[in-house]
Design a protein around this ligand. Structure first.
Ligand code: SAH
Length: 232
């Protein structure tokens, strides 16, 4: 069975978007994964197809209604659906490569994209939505965040990346940022490719790359070193 993504959104036309081209797009065409974008508004029951209302307690903006969203979720993901139900949310747990790997190993995802000020807390609780953040900044909606998450997951699905090993050596996979890359020409505006990389000595190359990874991680992301058990 292929990886199946259902996205609940007020803007289904944003999908597959960037995921319709390149690796993800080819994998979508090949049936390695499937994507269904569901219009939340179709589950509104009033004449005006209202999906939001003013916040209880007052304040600016609008809040997405629990009842409408619950109907949409129940349609996309019946009770026996094994897929995790995510809500893109700046309050959520920051997305990591570890979580991305877990998701890619599973049957798929159901993703709710928020809009306005956010979503009524009761539907988050009642449907057990896992809040996931893509970073400490505020987007205008969950859709770009859902595209980010799906892009990260889809490239890990079997057969999507041509060169399977390239995944294992990347940033975060070993708790480190990746070493710098170089390619021809040998000289660019007076700058040379580091000699070791053209030496042909694979042991030295591996050692250089590892040292560069550690240097960059110490410099830029000391938090990664602190939290990763493999690295001292
Ligand atoms: N009032 C909210 C922000 C709402 S932004 C607050 O202050 O926390 C509107 C929607 O965009 C959210 O419901 C969420 O679905 C999405 N969103 C915004 N920033 C996000 C982020 N960093 N990660 C994931 N989703 C995000």
């Amino acid at each position: 069975m292929s990886f199946s993504a259902s996205v609940l959104t007020l803007y289904p036309e944003m999908f597959p978007g960037a995921l319709g081209v390149s690796l993800a797009g080819r994998a979508l065409e090949a049936g390695t994964w499937s994507l269904e974008a569901i219009q939340i508004r179709d589950f509104a029951s009033d004449r005006h197809r209202t999906v939001d209302d003013t916040p209880a307690g007052g304040g600016a903006g609008m809040v997405m209604r629990a009842d409408v969203l619950a109907k949409a979720i129940d349609h996309a993901s019946p009770q026996d659906d094994p897929r995790p139900r995510l809500l893109m949310s700046p309050r959520g747990k920051p997305l990591t490569q570890l979580r991305v790997r877990e998701l890619a190993a599973g049957p798929g995802v159901v993703i709710v994209c928020g809009r306005f000020e956010g979503v009524d807390q009761r539907v988050i609780d009642a449907r057990g939505l896992e809040e996931v953040s893509v970073g400490d900044f505020i987007l205008s909606g969950g859709e770009p965040a859902a595209l980010v998450l799906l892009d990260a997951v889809v490239r890990l699905l079997p057969g999507v990346m041509g060169n399977a090993v390239s995944g294992d050596e990347e940033s975060f996979e070993n708790g480190l940022l990746e070493h710098p890359h170089y390619t021809r020409p040998q000289e660019f505006e007076g700058r040379q490719i580091p000699e070791v990389l053209t030496s042909g000595n694979h042991q030295k190359i591996a050692a250089w790359r590892r040292a560069e990874s550690e240097r960059l991680t110490k410099e830029r992301r000391p938090d990664l070193l602190a939290s990763h058990p493999l690295v001292k």
